[in-house]
Design a protein around this ligand. Sequence first.
Ligand SMILES: NC(=O)c1ccc[n+]([C@@H]2O[C@H](COP(=O)([O-])OP(=O)(O)OC[C@H]3O[C@@H](n4cnc5c(N)ncnc54)[C@H](OP(=O)(O)O)[C@@H]3O)[C@@H](O)[C@H]2O)c1
Length: 239
Amino acid sequence: MMLKKDAHLLVIGGARGLGFELARTASEQGARVTVTGRDADAAAARAAELGPSARGLACDLADAASLDRLFAGIDTVDHLVLTAIERDRNSAADFHADAAARMMLIKTVGYANAVAHALPRLSPDGSVVLFSGLSMWRPAPGSTTLSMANSAILGLVNSLAVEIAPVRVNAITPGTVAGTAAIDNAAPVLAEFFETQRRRTPGKRLPTPDDIVAAVLFLLTCPSVTGENLVVDAGYRLV
Ligand SMILES: NC(=O)c1ccc[n+]([C@@H]2O[C@H](COP(=O)([O-])OP(=O)(O)OC[C@H]3O[C@@H](n4cnc5c(N)ncnc54)[C@H](OP(=O)(O)O)[C@@H]3O)[C@@H](O)[C@H]2O)c1
């Protein structure tokens, strides 16, 4: 699936990880790309890897003023993707309310606030994709808050798909993605959990970043898909 040449894709959280891989492909397709991270210089350095039509800007979803500053420097947005996350590690037996509240602020309220800021700049035939995650249905050790946040994203997508139409709004729900920070920085108990997950998956694989990028591009470009949640997990949710 191809983005239109010169379409503007804004990826909040795109300075690293899956968002950056999406930005790389979009840039190769001829789109104008803006990626954000929490640090302006680091985001600009990542954008420079993508070529002259890419920009890197600062954005902290925990800080509403930061969103004001980000959108003050942005004209139109054709496609908005939210990948940002600050992972916590929480469980009912050892619950850290401050960390949970921060995660929820970023990956629920922050996502909604970013869409609200983008709205005056979103083109009517534009589209939005919000990242959820399979932990909402298949929790992992320490995923209590993440499971909550991922679930809330689906409610937000349902609401936005009606509220801001004709702009299309969809969610993507990846399973654990091979070669990302979630796996590479996993504690031993989590790494074991992910390996078990891979073996049990019908496809005997974890999705790759390329799989996720292809799925997001489909959601961004297919004109008849809105209010959808696309699960990309090699079938793990079924077993
Ligand atoms: N990776 C997986 O296996 C997996 C599986 C299921 C779902 N997902 C979902 O996919 C999305 C992307 O995951 P990922 O692994 O690619 O993440 P990642 O590599 O950890 O990247 C996270 C990005 O979010 C940014 N960020 C962190 N805190 C922020 C804040 N307060 N405000 C704004 N941006 C902030 C980071 O900025 P800096 O560059 O400044 O650090 C970074 O660019 C997440 O929403 C995650 O829940 C991932």
